[in-house]
Design a protein. Sequence first.
Length: 343
Amino acid sequence: MSTQASLRTQAERALRRQWFPVARSADLATPQSVTLLGERLVVWRTASGQAVVQDARCPHRGADFALGKVHGDSIACPYHGWQFAADGGKCSHIPSLEDQCKIPPNAAIHTYPVIERFAHVWTVLETPATELYDPAHWRELELDWLAATPLESPTGVAVAIENFRDVAHFPFVHEVSMGPSKQVVEALNVRREGLDVWMERKLDAGEGDWANDGDCLMQYHCGAPGFASITYHYERLGKRIVAGFPSPVAYDEVRIFWGVANERGYRGADLEECLRIEEMVYLEDMPVAATIRPREIDWDARAVEHSVPADLFTLNYRRAFREFIERAKPLAPVFPVDVKAAV
């Protein structure tokens, strides 16, 4: 009998080794309560400006640190005021204890790695299988970011990403925001490099809210498992970006963090207006995406699906996701050699 775990199980395990956003940088004036793959976390900022992600449960009597207060470089539990350090998570102060030397030596909360990027705070639950997304084509750009209000969706990460960059649904879902568009999809120019999938497509300004911006080249980029972006190259305006980072609350439920960025000197709409237009698109997507079944990609191929050439990007993204699963597999344990047995 095979002991091979199902691909769904492998995918769930792999996601624990991936960086995901858990809060907007702008929201850390007070501690934030979040859930990542079923783990309750608190996200907060120290007085010195460091973003911190730790377990939300106080190991004293179980209260949630998201209701607590920040004291310098420590966070205090709202129940009894126990304080825990940002660096390493050890308990640093117990108000009810006269002699602070008697703090229980093992009193600590787990502290997770943190990176702030794209106006969001990112973390990873276990040893990361990959580095945090850092698209090479953005590195030479001076970008101003604006983080949007996160959206809740009863879908998995992969379903959310596929919805973001699918082009065949535009005439049916985005007729208001994009205006009428062709139903027949041209041959797509898609390439995959490991975990990254790319596609370039010309955008006809059409009659939607973007009509006044003129035509542009859209550069689609997805990084498996949870990064999707479009870089708009306008001939007369410059470059602007919309990017989405669905963060798994559970395996088949996400909180979609996303935002927009404009290149410094961009001559089109300001960030607030770009966000307003992109939000129209997202909000048109949400009711339809919520009906997709299964709620996450059926990696074990139990559900029937049929594909056509317009799905080329989707199929390449799924190959990239499968490669991510392989990269995230734990290394086989190394057992010590029994010298006598070997002889």
